[in-house]
Structure formats: structure tokens, C-alpha cells
Ligand binder design. Structure first.
Ligand code: DOR
Ligand code: ZN
Length: 446
């Protein structure tokens, strides 16, 4: 595929089940050999990674890179460059671009456009809204990794399907074994609480959290679990922010339903106290919640209830992110800080290090049917790696961030660990914070 060969020597492989010292040989983009003291005969390049951690490349299942149609916020070139520098080798791109990816034709066009720009490998979601369920089969045939379905209002304001349509779409999910990623917030309840809190005259940033209380998530997730129970459709609840969400997913898992959950670094690292420090920068949907929710999410991550992490990379322009809490756009950049933030948590002892490849590479790749090509360090898998110096440090600065508008609450955070190399199908695409080989990414499908 890519030609060439590289030998990674002396690293410590971090997999979901173990940390092992071993060399890896990648030939023509694929892992050809894993073992102790591999010889370098015939290998074009030897990279000494002694003492470094070798992770499978991160599969970020949740990014909004804004192209086409919303390039004033950010674009695929910047987004995937940030991914590369941050150790992410595959991104799954959300469909709330302009036009929304609601037909096979639009998916094909988006694929062609992004293929010319991709700095890392990428898959595409389709969207199912109120009027396009009939396009489901064609969008699957065009190579979508899955679908996003917005039950609550957010960027793009894509209207939700009605319950009958949802049932039908879940049946199709079961038929094709295609995952459906849900933005699970009940739209009517969000509308009701938003009006109530707004009309009270509040303008403090935390009013956003009260405008979308946990009941919005709980109602929506409970409904989706019921629908999965009756259809056997694959329901993936993305960006879980409420403890009720964790509890419901835990219960559904015990019942054996095909229900999984994702959360994001911001729900683990921030809580409503942080509005004082960061103001509207941390406005996101669903909202950052109180500490008790944050703790329940950590528990869910540690006990295996939460199946994946996603960054929910959601850049906006500086203009859109300022001003009052009601007008401010929801979301912020995240793909580049995704691995550094979680690595820091692991190196500080909050998260077992082997959870990183599990939640950020293997599980998303499995869910979206890209495993073991992606998300695995196994012979035959793509040679995708994030190589980390556990003794290094990373300071998040605007200059380091690759984005049209490097807006994130994490500016100034000092993190343990640094990403030294990102390798995509055997090619070093990023080194020490710089993209060194652009446009090596390609479209991938299940
Ligand atoms: O805060 C958010 N921003 N939540 C979403 O669900 C969408 C995202 C965006 O696209 O801006
Ligand atoms: Zn999102």
C-alpha cells in the first residue's frame, strides 16, 4: 500500500491486556513481525524507541472537522494535522457538515473532497434525520462506518426522526450490524428547560447546564435502550455526561442488549466549578455537569461500563465562542489534546495505562468494524502507532495547537508524557509536535 519498511526497536508495547517490551517490523504499511530483538536485515529505516511507550494509533470515533460548508470554523486539513500531532491515526468524521451527510451521493462527495486533504485515515458517518430513513441502505453501501442520530438540538440543528422511524432504523441497524451513534438529549425537554432558565434572566455560563438537566439524557437513553431491546439494533450513546446515563448503560449491558456508551475527556476532567475559570469556553452539548456526575463517569470508565472515549472535537470561530452563554456556540477543539490529556491521567495513576489502547483504539475500531485492521498491534494490522515518552512533558499552548481557532479550556495545562512520533501505515507522519509528512491519510470503510 505505502511501500517501504520500518523497524521500531526497543519500545514497550501498550496493549489492552499487557505492556510488553518488543520490536515491531512494518512492511508495506502492515505489521509484519512482533518479537524480541528482531533483526534489521532488509529494513529501510530503524527507529530507536527504547524506553518509549508504543501505543496503537488512536482511533478517534468522534470528530467534527467542519468540511464541507463550515470552513470558517475549521477544516479537514487543520483537523487532521492536529490529529496526527496528537497521536490519532484514524478519525471518524461526524455528518453535521453542510450539507448534512444524509444521502449516498453527499457521502461520496465528502469522501472525494476529504481524500485530497487527509493527514490521517478517516471514516465517515451518515446521518438519519426526520425525512431520509429511506437512504439508510444506500449510505451503508457507500461505505459509512455508521450513523449519527441527533435526538437533541446542537450545532447544525438537524431534526430528530420520530419514534416510528427510529424503530425502523434500529431494525436496519440489526440487519446490517451497523452502529448508530446517538446524541441522546430529549429535544422537547431541552426546549422546555432552556426557556425556563432563560426567562429567569440568568446569563451566568452555568445556566447552560441547568438548561439541559440530566433528565434530558436519562429520558432519551432509556428510550433508546427499549428500542434496542425490541429490535436488536446497535445503540451507541455518545458523549455521556450524566450519571444516569452511566447507570442505564450498565444495566443494559447486564441485560445483554447491544448498547454501548462513550464519554469524552471534558466530562472526566471538568465540572460545573470550572465555569468560573473558563466561562463560555466550556459550553458544550450535553453540558459539563456537577462533580457527582464526573465521578460516576470515572467509575464507568474504570469498571468497563463506558466502552469508548471520543474527543468530540468541535471547533468554532472566535466570534462564535464569545459573548453571552445563550448565543455562544457549543463545543471546542479536542482531537489534538485527546491522547495527551488521557496519557497524563494514566501517568498520574488515575487511569490504568492499558485502558488507553482499549478505550481509544481497540473498542472504537471493533464497534465500527475496522478491527483488527485498525486499533490493534497484531501481525497483519495497519502499522499505526503513537509513540510516547513517558518521562517527557507537554504544555498545551495556542502555538502548539493546529486549528484555525485554537480555543480550548486546556491552554496552559502542563501534562505528563509527550508524543514523540505518530506513525501511519509505517510512515512517520508527525514528530515532536510537527506534521512532517502531509496528506498520507486515506478513506477507510468497514
Ligand atoms: O457541543 C457540541 N458541539 N455538541 C455536539 O453534539 C455537536 C458539536 C458541534 O458539532 O459543534
Ligand atoms: Zn459531537
Amino acid at each position: 500500500m505505502s511501500g517501504g519498511s520500518i523497524l521500531l526497536k526497543g519500545g514497550i508495547l501498550i496493549t489492552p491486556s499487557a505492556s510488553i517490551k518488543a520490536d515491531i517490523k512494518v512492511v508495506d504499511g502492515k505489521i509484519a513481525e512482533i518479537g524480541a530483538a528482531l533483526n534489521n536485515a532488509g529494513v529501510e529505516e530503524v527507529l530507536d524507541v527504547s524506553g518509549m511507550y508504543v501505543f496503537p494509533g488512536v482511533v478517534d470515533e468522534h470528530v467534527h472537522m467542519r468540511e464541507p460548508g463550515l470552513e470558517y470554523k475549521d477544516d479537514f486539513t487543520h483537523g487532521t494535522a492536529g490529529a496526527a500531532v496528537g497521536g490519532v491515526t484514524t478519525v471518524l468524521e461526524m455528518p453535521n457538515t453542510k450539507p448534512p451527510v444524509d444521502s449516498a451521493t453527499i457521502l461520496e462527495e465528502k469522501k472525494r473532497l476529504l481524500s485530497q486533504k487527509a493527514n490521517v485515515d478517516f471514516g465517515l458517518y451518515g446521518v438519519i434525520h426526520n425525512t431520509n430513513a429511506h437512504n439508510f441502505d444506500d449510505i451503508v453501501a457507500a461505505g459509512a462506518v455508521g450513523f449519527k442520530i441527533f435526538l437533541g438540538p446542537t450545532t447544525g440543528n438537524i431534526p430528530p426522526p420520530d419514534d416510528g422511524t427510529l424503530y425502523e432504523v434500529l431494525e436496519k441497524s440489526a440487519k446490517y450490524d451497523v452502529p448508530l451513534a446517538f446524541h441522546a438529549e430529549n429535544a422537547d425537554l431541552v426546549k422546555y428547560f432552556t426557556q425556563k432558565v432563560r426567562s429567569s434572566g440568568r446569563t451566568d455560563p452555568s445556566a447552560h447546564t441547568d438548561a439541559r438537566p440530566p433528565i434530558c439524557e436519562e429520558e432519551s437513553i432509556r428510550k433508546l435502550i427499549i428500542l434496542s431491546k425490541w429490535t436488536n439494533g446497535r445503540v451507541h450513546i455518545v458523549h455521556i455526561a450524566a450519571k444516569e446515563g452511566v447507570e442505564l448503560v450498565r444495566e443494559a449491558k447486564h441485560m445483554g442488549y447491544k448498547v454501548t456508551g462513550e464519554t469524552c475527556p471534558h466530562y472526566l476532567l471538568l465540572n460545573t466549578e470550572d465555569y468560573k475559570k473558563y466561562g463560555t469556553a466550556i459550553k458544550v452539548n450535553p453540558p459539563i455537569r456537577d462533580r457527582e456526575h464526573q465521578e460516576a463517569l470515572w467509575k464507568g470508565v474504570l469498571d468497563g461500563t463506558i466502552y469508548t472515549l471520543g474527543s468530540d472535537h468541535a471547533p468554532h470561530s472566535a466570534e462564535e465562542k464569545k459573548g453571552d452563554i445563550w448565543k455562544c456556540a457549543a463545543g471546542f477543539t479536542g482531537v489534538q489534546t485527546f491522547l495527551p490529556l488521557m496519557l497524563d491521567q494514566a501517568l498520574k495513576g488515575r487511569l490504568p495505562i492499558n485502558k488507553i489502547p482499549q478505550l481509544m483504539s481497540e473498542n472504537p475500531a471493533k464497534l465500527f468494524r475496522l478491527w483488527p485492521r485498525k486499533g490493534a498491534i497484531m501481525v497483519g494490522s495497519d502499522g499505526d502507532f503513537a509513540i510516547v515518552d513517558p518521562n517527557g512533558t507537554t504544555t498545551i499552548t495556542k502555538e502548539w495547537l493546529i486549528a484555525k481557532y485554537p480555543i480550548t479550556p486546556y491552554i496552559g495545562w502542563k501534562l505528563k508524557g509527550s508524543i514523540r512520533y505518530t506513525i501511519l501505515r509505517g510512515q512517520i507522519i508527525a514528530k515532536d509536535g510537527k506534521l512532517i509528512q502531509p496528506r498520507k491519510g486515506t478513506f477507510i470503510k468497514p
